[in-house]
Design a protein around this ligand. Structure first.
Ligand code: NAD
Length: 498
């Protein structure tokens, strides 16, 4: 099945993994083919060709996975283990992933259309995140004594039980790390549903977890469609906490399903971030940084700055600097050297990007860099060129999340106007402000309504700094900080009358 195009140089371990198709899910420590016999193919976005086939799980299969996670929570000893004992297991898993970084990186690059160096960096990010939460769980206090007259009282934190996770296709492996690391470190068991477009790295992780000796049922990987496996997981009453990363449309469905079961849910959703650029910046340098951000992973990044709000006095120079750089971006096959921007994930996503360019133009945007389909000789994949539009922020291309390498420029005259423009969106994920005036930077950063504001940078992720969204970009606490670990413990009070 591994029908990638010749010369792509796959590692023998990757060839062997792909040859073992149809690939299976992991439930209760066992390889599981779906009970319906249905399978699906995953494509190499750079060639458009199938690379592997995998079994699709049904709602009944997902139910068995939740039961396996519940059984492991009660019976495997995982939940009651001392954090340092659990830490031995989790560090062993981190070691195994780190040892196989090149293999997982190549699988991820092939499945998601990522540049190999980026994919390997994301595997390392998984490892570092897992180690971070594993160590944190050993050092935080889980018992607090409460000073109450006439009573001895304290709170104690317990893991919840089986936790569900549903992930999108843009950062398949990295996001699994962000999601399950705090949950596992806190003593929960997990059921993970990867996106059906990019299931391979999660399937590989399941195998590594078993080899690393993680007790059966602690990590379950259920591969299936969103409508069947995703809906079954998010509506399962046996799940004690749910985490969903993806579009606001599906996030609503997951939130509704969890609400019916009174299951707390974290929703990490889309965005339409702004970069506010003041007149005192080094224009070529900032143009370079923003073009890099919008073309990174072909613009399929939830927190990207897609609305560039630029002071009117530097707008002409800024547009010229950006346009030249965008036109020079080398679009190519993701496994080939010299490629700066690979393909989008599938034909549907390419059509989505192209349709927004058409609609934006119809609504009157100036097509500064027109974008459009790109062709890469010898690789018949899903390629688009970067695009830069400008005009009114009422334009559909300035309002909707496109999820491609498309930026939209509008100008402002005053700081207040810039903040109002940045906040004129239903989303609230991440914005940035660019200026050498530190006072103004802080003011604007705090005034933009979103989960995250960055100063003189965009797409900044640091373990220890919470990352999450507000409004249409999400709810429920975010990821990557000490609060995330505490989210995976329920708090219980204990009182003794003296
Ligand atoms: P999507 O919402 O279409 O799919 C996400 C996941 O939900 C997939 O696993 C899919 O199978 C599943 N799903 C689909 N229908 C379902 C249903 N009815 N019930 C339960 N699950 C279902 O999103 P996508 O296209 O894979 O990803 C792109 C979106 O993800 C963008 O909006 C992007 O901004 C967002 N995203 C957000 C973050 C963040 O941290 N805030 C990170 C990455 C991506």
């Amino acid at each position: 099945m591994a029908s990638t195009q010749s010369g792509s140089g796959l590692l023998p371990e990757v060839e062997a993994f792909l040859a073992g198709t149809p690939l299976t899910s992991l439930v209760g420590g066992r390889d599981v083919a779906g009970s319906t016999g249905q399978t699906m193919q995953t494509l190499d976005p750079g060639s458009g060709r199938p690379i592997a086939e995998f079994h699709l799980l049904s709602a009944d299969d997902v139910d068995r996975a939740v039961q396996a996670a519940a059984h492991a929570f009660k019976a495997s000893g995982w939940a009651r283990m001392a954090p340092n004992e659990r830490g031995v297991h989790l560090h062993r898993l981190a070691d195994a992933v780190e040892r196989q970084k090149k293999i997982i990186g190549q699988i991820e690059a092939l499945d998601a259309g990522k540049l190999v160096a980026h994919a390997e960096g994301e595997v390392q990010n998984f490892v570092d995140t897992l180690r971070y939460f594993t160590d944190m769980a050993q050092h935080v206090q889980r018992r607090n004594v409460l000073a109450v007259a006439g009573h001895e009282a304290w709170t104690v934190r317990h893991p919840w039980g089986p936790c569900g996770f549903i992930f999108p296709w843009n950062f398949p492996f990295l996001l699994v790390g962000w999601g399950i690391s705090p949950a596992l470190a806190a003593g929960n068991t997990v059921v993970v549903k990867p996106a059906e477009d990019t299931p391979l790295s999660a399937i590989y992780l399941g195998r590594l977890a078993r080899e690393a000796g993680i007790p059966d049922g602690v990590i379950n990987i259920v591969v299936g469609t969103g409508q069947v496996a995703g809906a079954a997981l998010s509506g399962h009453p046996g799940i004690k906490r749910m985490s969903f990363t993806g579009s606001p449309e599906v996030g609503r469905l997951v939130g509704e399903a969890c609400g019916r079961n009174l299951v707390p849910a974290k929703l990490e959703l889309g965005g339409k971030g702004a970069a506010v650029v003041f007149e005192d910046v080094d224009v070529p340098q900032i143009a370079q940084k923003l073009v890099h951000a919008i073309t990174f992973h072909c613009g399929q990044v939830c927190c990207d700055a897609t609305r560039w709000l630029v002071h009117e006095s530097i707008a002409r120079q800024f547009i010229d600097e950006c346009a030249g750089r965008m036109e020079a971006v080398k679009v190519g096959y993701q496994l080939a050297g010299g490629t700066a921007m690979g393909p989008v994930v599938n034909a549907r996503q390419r059509e989505r990007v192209l349709s927004y360019l058409r609609k934006g133009q119809e609504e009157g945007a100036e097509m500064v860099v027109p974008g459009g389909p790109a062709s890469v000789p010898g690789h018949d994949g899903f390629y688009v060129k970067p695009a830069l539009l400008s005009g009114s922020l009422d334009n559909i291309a300035a309002r909707d999340e496109i999820f491609g390498p498309v930026a939209y420029i509008a100008t402002f005259a005053t700081e207040d106007e810039a903040v109002a423009m940045a906040n004129d969106t239903e989303y609230g994920l991440a914005n940035s402000v660019w200026t050498t005036d530190i006072g103004r930077a802080g003011r604007v950063a705090e005034s933009m309504v979103a989960g995250n504001s960055w100063i003189n940078a965009h797409n900044v992720f640091l373990r220890g700094v919470p990352y999450g969204g507000v409004n249409k970009s999400g709810m429920g606490g975010g990821v990557n900080s000490i609060e995330t670990l505490f989210d995976y413990w329920r708090s219980q009070s204990v009182v003794r009358q003296l």
